[in-house]
Structure formats: C-alpha cells, structure tokens
Design a protein around this ligand. Structure first.
Ligand SMILES: [Zn+2]
Length: 304
C-alpha cells in the first residue's frame, strides 16, 4: 500500500474521530461505577468461586502449551474485595461505530484458560471479545475500566502495538491490589487493535467508555482469526515497578524470555458483573467469524 493511500486513510480516520467526539460527547466523558457497587447490583456474585492465578509464563508463542504454573487460587470474594476501588463501565456496550452513532455489546469468543490441566485445550491468557453487530468498518473498542495509557508493546501473538493500560482507582491513583503476600499493580492489555490516530497520549487517564482502538482495519493484526479485541490482565508485583525497567521491557521479558514474576488473572470476574452480561444468556460464541464476517481478514488468514 502506497504512502499516499496511508495518509489518506489517516486523514479520514482523524476526521471520523473528530466527528465522533462532536456527535457523541458521551465517548469522552466518564460514565463509570465503582466496582463494589456493580457487584452489589449484579446478582452474579459467587463468593466462593475459585479462580486460578498463573505466574509461570512459558515461552510464547510457539505453541500455547503450559507445562506447569498454577501457583495459587483465589476466590471471587477475595478478588472483588481487592478490586473494590476500580471504576468500570455501567453497561455492556463496549463497541462503538467511529461516528459515535451506534454502539453494540460483546460476545466472548474465546475465554481465558490459564490451566489446561484443569480445563483442557490450548492455553489462552485473555478473553477475546467480538462485537454483537455484524462486522462493520471502523468499529472501535471502548475502554471498559478506568485506566491510564502507559504505552504500547510488540507482543507478536497480540499485535505490533498492543495497548497497555494501568488500572486507576476511583480517586485517580494507581490501583494496587493485595494477593496473598504480594502487592501488585493492575495492567490491562488490549490486543489486535489498530491505534486510533490523535487519540490518547501515553500518560493520560482514559475514562470508562473512551474509544481506545479500531478492530476492523484491513490489516491482519497479530495472531488473529478475525477482528476482535483480546483483553488480558496482568498483575505486576510493585517491587518490579521501581523504575529500573519500563513496563514494555517487563512485559517483553516475560513474554519472550521466560521470566516469571508477573501474575496473569482470569478476567471473568470483572465482566460477569456488567449489567445484562450476554454470556449469562447465550453462552460463549464459538467462532469469531460467525459474528464478524470479515471476508478480507478471512482471506488473509487462510490465504483464500
Ligand atoms: Zn485472544
């Protein structure tokens, strides 16, 4: 693709983005709710349900096979109390058209599977979210939790520029959670997104429902079978966040170097409390393509 075409696309995206903010000011205003309030309202609270925390990341991404690594379990009750100051969205509409006129909810097409010994199958560290609408050009994924953009990182299985966000609490401070003996910072990775031009700068707070990336570029982003957003949560012990290494370095070392000091968490406990959680009604969508219908990316993926 020529440079001229690229700059034309950038220009169009910028105009669409500007229009989007003018038409739909909701996209730039905070519209969140305290996590504990969301839990209170949901009726989905399973205090004793056990989630796995994983802190031994195998070398990725040759094959998603996990030799070992379950280090501790934690109950939903404990997680909810650790995340009580988190601010999250008040509804399930995590996707929006770039003009801000339409929004849509999500399906989970591939769930977290941190321990194949328990659940079988391939290892997958995050949840893949696809829009409930048919695939449309310029569909954007909106930030589900209050967070600060701290950078982008090149993790091959996710994209050339996965967005990294640090969760911030209702006071605007970094959210630190206690898991057993460890105090950890909470980081969200949003993969397979094309960066929105002229959107957030690194270091800025990104409120709930702010658009954070395009899922429907013609480019095939990362190891993806179709347009979707991969959401992954990493907890990084605060002693590693001492400024010696950037967050990008820490994540890349863990990903490709077999370093093992971070903790990967099943994010289900957050999404299940969103009002009207679709998974509660329809289960998990089996295939991205059935919902996204991206012929272009399908061709690219299968070479057809
Ligand atoms: Zn994924």
């Amino acid at each position: 693709m020529g440079t001229e075409r690229n700059s034309e696309i950038s220009r169009r995206k910028f105009l669409a983005w500007t229009l989007c903010l003018i038409i739909n000011p909701d996209l730039r205003t905070p519209a969140g709710i305290e996590y504990s309030k969301l839990v209170e309202k949901s009726g989905n609270f399973e205090k004793d349900r056990v989630y796995t925390l994983l802190s031994e990341i195998p070398v990725m991404p040759t094959e998603y096979v996990l030799p070992a690594g379950r280090v501790m379990d934690i109950s939903e009750g404990e997680l909810v109390s650790a995340f009580k100051d988190l601010v999250t969205t008040t509804d399930t509409n995590l996707y929006s058209s770039s003009d801000g006129m339409d929004s849509s909810s999500y399906f989970v097409s591939h769930q977290v599977n941190l321990d194949p010994k328990l659940y079988g199958g391939k290892l997958h560290f995050g949840e893949d979210m696809v829009t409930t609408d048919e695939h449309k050009k310029n569909t954007i994924f909106c930030n589900p939790i209050r967070a600060r953009l701290v950078g982008r990182v090149d993790i091959r299985r996710l994209s050339p520029g996965t967005g990294i966000f640090r969760a911030i609490d209702k006071y605007g401070q970094d959210l630190d959670v206690n898991l057993g003996e460890k105090k950890c910072g909470v980081f969200m990775l949003y993969g397979h997104l094309v960066q929105l031009k002229n959107s957030q700068q690194v270091g800025t707070n990104v409120e709930v429902k702010a658009p954070i990336g395009d899922i429907t570029s013609d480019s095939q982003i990362g190891a993806s079978s179709g347009p979707h957003c991969h959401v992954e949560m990493k907890l990084i012990p605060v002693e590693r966040l001492n400024g010696e290494k950037s967050i990008q370095q820490i994540l890349l070392e863990d990903e490709y170097g077999g370093v093992d000091k971070n903790i990967t968490v099943d994010t289900t406990f957050i999404w299940k409390f969103l009002p009207g959680d679709l998974r509660a009604k329809i289960g998990i969508a089996p295939e991205v393509f059935e919902y996204t219908k991206s012929i272009l990316s399908k061709r690219r993926h299968y070479g057809a």
